[in-house]
Design a protein around this ligand. Structure first.
Ligand code: GLU
Length: 546
């Protein structure tokens, strides 16, 4: 068969030569050892923890080696495209301090642009044409119906599904049949003519998993769809070559496609990048471990972490803990260090499933937030509230001095003995809510209603905001004594049966009335922050409807 003629018929016109592209996209001028890595998401609008996992690894490898991290958008499948998805990817990753050097909506060195696959149509066609002219690709006229009938047949026979070997019907069409179909205007796709044999095993070196064995590809995969748009597999091989990617770290769900990618690189005459397939994030679900699922686990989506207000560094610390086995030890020694100083190594990435545990992340978050000073905490909460908070929450920041006093109290005064009550911004905002909004509901008092009202009324009479904490506590004691509670703890301990309770129980009544909660930081300071008017109003209100 005259493959050149066929190529001209299928993709008419002059296309640039491979040499032209080799010159147009020259090898990058980078120092020896510098890695070029990329993130290549489809613009589906869903960006998940697995993406972040791979992004951190790619970013670390690129930047530690003095290389480049770029963002390529794999938008060949229009059906999956969502508006604003690219900005969402960039925004989500920026939150976790992942910075791209170049790419879609980022800019940077234009040499390897454009970074949207849809804008690179000509180059894919040029190489498809080359493969056709070499007999390595052919037109396939099978219709959707024929292909699904084929799938059914293969499924019924319990055979591997797909277009391969004896099932690849259009692979052996005669020249005459091909031209007859073309003359009849039948739509066609272009398929790779696979030379692989599934009996053959390929031994490859995976940068993460070490030596792996995969089965040679024998699928005649589609490389150009009927509208001339490439498939992901084909575009990926061409782009990784001409964008001069040296290392691809991606999720292990792509391992199954690796034999296809290997054959494409070989067929195109390109040197393959190194691949590292990182393990999937697993979740303990009762007795079993399973992959995190989009449907069942909200924590899979990166949106979740922003909405909940996880401190980005905490998420990154946890991801690094899962990514590199020696990170935890390093981090214990260098708790305040810039995370970028950690000597990240691809070889130290774990080879099999990493267990993702939200409780662990929460612990890390508590520690990380406890390292912040009040001002940094204020900025963090304020930024979160501006984006996700209710209008009441946004208002908490109207008086920043008050907010600082609240945070100083809630985080533990003096910085040394930090409290670790805050996990996320949303949880912290809920935690400090009673400083800014009157409690709608009160936790239950342990004392009887009559006693509660009497205690509150008495306290209101003696309360003065000018008191220092000792004088204030003296008054609480007086109220305690007046209502049958022991004013001194030691008296109560010596003979508990002689009292209704102790001064601590009276303080609890005041605490619940003021804040709605039985557990809070120092009540005297809370009243100071609330101010006289508000404190009185709350205590009074509590006597009316406790
Ligand atoms: N476009 C693929 C994705 O959506 C990228 C696969 C790869 O990194 O090679 O994840």
């Amino acid at each position: 068969m005259d493959y050149r003629k066929l190529a001209e018929r299928l993709l008419p016109g002059d296309y640039p030569t491979p040499e032209f592209y080799e010159e147009k996209y020259p090898p990058r001028a980078l120092p020896a050892g510098a890695e070029v890595t990329r993130l290549a998401p489809s613009p589906t609008g869903f960006i998940h923890l697995g993406n972040l996992f791979a992004a951190i690894a790619n970013e670390r490898v690129a930047h530690r080696s003095g290389g480049v991290l770029y963002l390529r958008i794999e938008d060949t499948d229009l059906k999956r495209k969502v508006d604003g998805a690219v900005e969402a990817v960039i925004g989500a990753l920026k939150y976790f301090d992942i910075k791209f050097d170049e790419g879609a909506e980022i800019g940077g060195d234009e040499t390897y642009a454009p970074w949207y696959q849809r804008q690179r149509a000509e180059i894919y066609r040029a190489f498809a044409k080359k493969l056709i002219a070499e007999g390595r690709a052919y037109p396939c006229f099978c219709t959707e119906e024929e292909l699904s009938a084929l799938r059914e047949e293969q499924t019924a026979k319990k055979e591997i599904t797909g277009y391969y070997g004896k099932y690849a019907r259009c692979r052996n069409l005669s020249e005459e049949e091909i031209y007859r179909n073309l003359d009849a205007g039948k739509p066609f796709v272009i398929r790779l003519r696979s030379l692989g044999n599934p009996e053959n095993k390929l031994k490859l070196r995976d940068a993460v998993k070490g030596e792996i064995t995969v089965t040679e590809n024998d699928q005649d995969v589609v490389i150009l769809k009927s509208d001339g748009i490439p498939t992901y597999h084909f575009a990926h091989a061409i782009d990784d070559h001409f964008m001069r990617t040296t290392l691809v770290i991606r999720g292990e769900e792509w391992l199954a496609s690796l034999p296809i990618h290997v054959e494409l690189f070989d067929a195109l005459g390109f040197r393959r990048p190194r691949y590292g397939h990182n393990c999937s994030l697993m979740k303990q679900d009762g007795e079993t471990r399973r992959k995190l699922s989009k449907r069942k686990d909200p924590e899979l989506s990166l949106e979740f972490y922003r909405k909940e207000g996880y401190y980005p560094r905490a998420v990154k610390v946890y991801m690094l803990t899962l990514l590199n086995s020696n990170f935890e030890e390093w981090y214990l020694k260098n708790p305040a260090a810039d995370l970028n100083e950690f000597p990240f190594k691809v070889e130290k990435m774990s080879k099999s499933g990493a267990l993702f545990d939200l409780d662990k992340l929460n612990d890390i978050s508590k520690n990380e937030l406890a390292l912040l000073d009040e001002k940094a905490m204020l900025v963090f909460l304020k930024d979160w509230a501006a984006e996700f908070g209710t209008s009441a929450q946004k208002n908490y920041f109207a008086d920043e001095e008050k907010m600082l006093r609240v945070l100083t109290l809630c985080m533990g005064v003096g910085g040394k003995k930090r409290r670790k009550d805050f996990t996320t911004a949303s949880q912290a905002m809920e935690f400090i809510r009673y400083f800014f909004e009157r409690p709608e509901a009160h936790e239950e008092y342990r004392a009887e209603r009559e006693t509660v009202c009497a205690v509150l009324r008495d306290f209101l009479q003696s309360y003065s905001p000018a008191d220092d904490s000792q004088a204030w506590f003296g008054k609480v004691k007086e109220v305690a004594a007046a209502h049958g509670y022991a004013a001194e703890m030691r008296d109560y301990k010596a003979s508990p049966e002689s009292y209704k309770g102790s001064v601590a129980d009276v303080a609890e009544i005041l605490r619940i009335a003021t804040t709605g909660r039985a557990n809070t930081p120092d009540l005297y300071t809370i009243m100071q922050i609330l101010g006289e008017e508000e404190t009185r109003a709350r205590l009074k209100c509590a006597t009316e409807n406790p």
